[in-house]
Write a protein that binds this ligand. Structure first.
Ligand SMILES: NC(=O)c1ccc[n+]([C@@H]2O[C@H](COP(=O)([O-])OP(=O)(O)OC[C@H]3O[C@@H](n4cnc5c(N)ncnc54)[C@H](O)[C@@H]3O)[C@@H](O)[C@H]2O)c1
Length: 280
């Protein structure tokens, strides 16, 4: 952009998945202290999640997304026609975030997903349109109240502390992709919430059943052995949301309502991780 003499009245247009969007938005945010930005997300994950909310970031050898900024695009254009070229595994990645949004904020939307999961994953209209639109609205409503993630926005990290540790322990290889890790993470957060007597057994069952209907192999014990528990805890501890030795989790009170800033001793989380690996 410097070579081509871009200036602040020029516009950067990002066309691609979440990685293209995040890197372009980061570049736009620092180039001459801010360039106009249009984001055209082409994956389901980018349409329902990364293109909304203004978080930008790049990875470094120290970890994922540790360098970044908050920078809102001037315009986001989501066209579902892009999605027909996406592999099913990438569709599930986006669906994981849609499902997460419903648990955070909207029981009716959760029920809609339970009823129409197959149609959404197969990109049937108008189900896919509604799922994307509702999901964006939920994220937008939260971000508008807390753009810089001081409080409310933390809710959007539901399942992600577990998910990051699952992904990181495979060194972000294809063995477990982000969406699969998020679904595993949501399941872990639900189970932990049930154990804390917050979430009812019935609602835990609904969440867990939905995840196993998407992919019945998505169980922590299918990916990890007891010897991995220490490593998983280490990655959870390193999560950038923690600012003490304790581990900060988003918990589910009921479908549609979650709470943030719940701190737990590492010992308790370690015991929980082990119980998930042992569970039948
Ligand atoms: N900024 C945020 O708030 C936020 C939120 C969630 C995730 N993220 C970030 O988003 C990234 C993941 O995004 P993603 O899931 O879109 O992954 P991605 O950008 O890697 O895209 C996934 C794959 O799909 C391909 N692709 C893109 N569009 C396609 C299309 N229409 N048809 C066929 N293939 C297509 C890409 O080339 C890539 O191989 C991660 O880096 C994550 O950290 C950011």
């Amino acid at each position: 952009m410097l070579k081509n003499n871009f200036n602040r009245s020029d516009c950067l247009i990002a066309v691609g998945g979440g990685i293209v969007g995040d890197v372009s938005a980061f570049a736009a945010s620092i180039f001459k202290r801010g360039l106009k930005l249009i984001n055209i997300p082409t994956t389901l994950l980018a349409q329902v999640d990364s293109s909304i909310g203004g978080k930008t970031g790049i990875n470094s050898k120290f970890g994922k997304n540790l360098i970044g900024s908050f920078y809102q695009p001037n315009l986001v254009i989501s066209d579902i026609d892009f999605l027909k070229y996406l592999p099913k595994r990438e569709i599930i990645c986006g669906y994981a975030e849609i499902f997460k949004h419903s648990i955070i904020a909207d029981r009716k939307f959760f029920d809609f997903l339970i009823r129409n999961k197959k149609k959404i994953i197969n990109l049937k209209k108008p189900f896919i349109n509604k799922a994307i639109y509702k999901s964006c609205l939920i994220k937008k409503n939260i971000v508008e109240k807390d753009e810089n993630e001081k409080n409310l926005r933390k809710k959007l990290n539901l399942g992600h502390t577990f998910a990051h540790s699952y992904e990181a322990s495979f060194k972000y290889s294809g063995k477990l992709n982000h969406g699969e890790a998020v679904l595993l993470g949501i399941n872990s957060a639900s189970e932990f919430s049930k154990q804390k007597n917050l979430l009812s057994q019935k609602e835990f069952g609904l969440i867990s059943k939905h995840i196993s209907e998407i992919d019945k192999s998505l169980k922590v014990r299918n990916y990890f052995k007891i010897k991995d528990a220490k490593k998983l805890l280490k990655y959870m501890k390193n999560d950038k949301k923690n600012n003490s030795d304790k581990i900060n989790l988003i918990l589910i009170n009921k479908i549609g309502k979650v709470s943030y800033d719940n701190f737990f001793h590492q010992k308790e989380i370690s015991k929980f991780i082990r119980s998930q690996i042992y569970s039948i």
